[in-house]
Design a protein around this ligand. Structure first.
Ligand SMILES: *Cc1c(COP(=O)(O)O)cnc(C)c1O
Length: 352
């Protein structure tokens, strides 16, 4: 058996590393591509639907693919620390890879707006976690200034190594499917991931690994949809905290990805997101976080609009694990019932 070595070693020839680069890896990547037959039958029967389950990465989100490279390069250039602003998953990933590298990690998060699991991760990995009384966009502005003043490596997706690492997800999808899908659907927050996937598909195509390219379809939450609206949202609102971003860092790249691929960026409501979130858990056995379900909510919406080509292969990226956000899960699902400790009382609740 050949063991998976993490995305840098597996896709080394597509990545900006040399023999001198110290590789910091937690063996990220190689995540499942699940054929979602029940979900497809129920909500979009005209397509072949696949789920790229990025919650299966070491810290529970796709951010690990970019962080392995960003932290390896920070170590190579002997940065004093790594720093990021985060809605949660970037900080969890930076904290884990930073600890593996032996680097100090500084993270800024919006107070009260980070899902519990993500906060727990950053704290446990020993990062210095600073909560600001403000939103993600304000946190990023502060981090940018501090990284310019100090020898700290910025590991937000403004760091080009993040997108370089994240593009490996597109290459993996092609390796798993044996071809490129017709449509690739993603949630869009800071818009780095959709841009990275498009870069990955293009480079794989240029290298002769695939013969066609997918249309890139992005979905923002209705209350946090700056790219769709065409202007910065000062006070973005959505239950999907990982995409609660009003001024995406990779705005231009994402628009370019969508234009070049003849795709689109649309919106889904929080209600549609929650419905897809429950569907995935109850019909496919996949527990993702609310932001991740925006991709599936998007496919469902496209299906209803008749916008999905008959027989097309559609891949939805599920960006993060459901356990990251236990509060939303517990508020969304049916609560457990409490009864007396007797066989009869328990039996009375069982329906089959
Ligand atoms: C970061 C993140 C997103 C948004 O990705 P962008 O690259 O910022 O568009 C979506 N879902 C989850 C779970 C995330 O952690």
């Amino acid at each position: 058996m050949v063991l998976w070595r993490g995305v840098i070693e597996e896709y080394r020839k597509f990545l900006p590393v040399s023999e001198q680069t110290p590789i910091v890896t937690l063996c990220e990547g190689n995540t499942p591509l699940l054929h979602a037959t029940r979900l497809a039958r129920k909500v979009c029967p005209q397509v072949e639907l696949f789920l790229k389950v990025e919650g299966a990465n070491p810290t529970g989100s796709f951010k690990d693919r970019g962080m392995t490279l960003a932290v390896s390069k920070a170590l190579e250039k002997q940065a004093q620390a790594v720093m990021c602003a985060s809605t949660g998953n970037t900080s969890a990933s930076a904290a884990a890879y930073g600890s593996k590298a032996g680097l100090a990690v500084y993270v800024l998060v919006p107070a009260g707006k980070v899902a519990l699991g993500k906060l727990a991760q950053a704290m446990m990995h020993g990062a210095t976690v600073v909560q600001i009384e403000g939103n993600f966009d304000q946190a990023l502005a502060i981090v940018k200034e501090l990284c310019q003043e100090h020898d700290y490596e910025l590991v937000n997706s403004l760091n080009p190594y993040r997108l370089e690492g994240q593009k490996t997800a597109a290459m993996e999808v092609c390796d798993q499917l044996g071809r490129a899908p017709a449509l690739h659907v993603l949630p869009v927050g800071n818009a780095g991931n959709i841009s990275a996937y498009w870069k990955g598909y293009r480079e794989y195509w240029a290298a002769g690994q695939i013969v066609s390219l997918p249309r890139m379809m992005g979905f923002q939450a209705e209350g946090a949809a700056p790219i769709v609206r065409g202007y910065v949202i000062e006070n973005p609102q959505t239950i999907a905290t990982a995409i609660r971003i009003g001024n995406p860092a990779s705005w231009k790249l994402a628009v370019q990805a969508v234009e070049e691929s003849h795709g689109m960026i649309g919106t889904v409501t929080d209600e549609e997101i929650l419905q897809a979130y429950r569907y995935l858990a109850q019909e496919e056995g996949v527990f993702c976080e609310p932001a991740s379900a925006a991709s599936v909510a998007g496919v469902i919406k496209l299906g209803r609009q008749g916008a999905l080509p008959e027989g097309a292969t559609v891949v939805c990226t599920l960006t993060g694990h459901g356990l990251k956000d236990p509060d939303t899960a517990v508020q969304t699902a049916a609560p457990p019932r409490t009864v007396k400790a007797t066989r009869e009382d328990v039996s009375a609740l069982l329906t089959s």
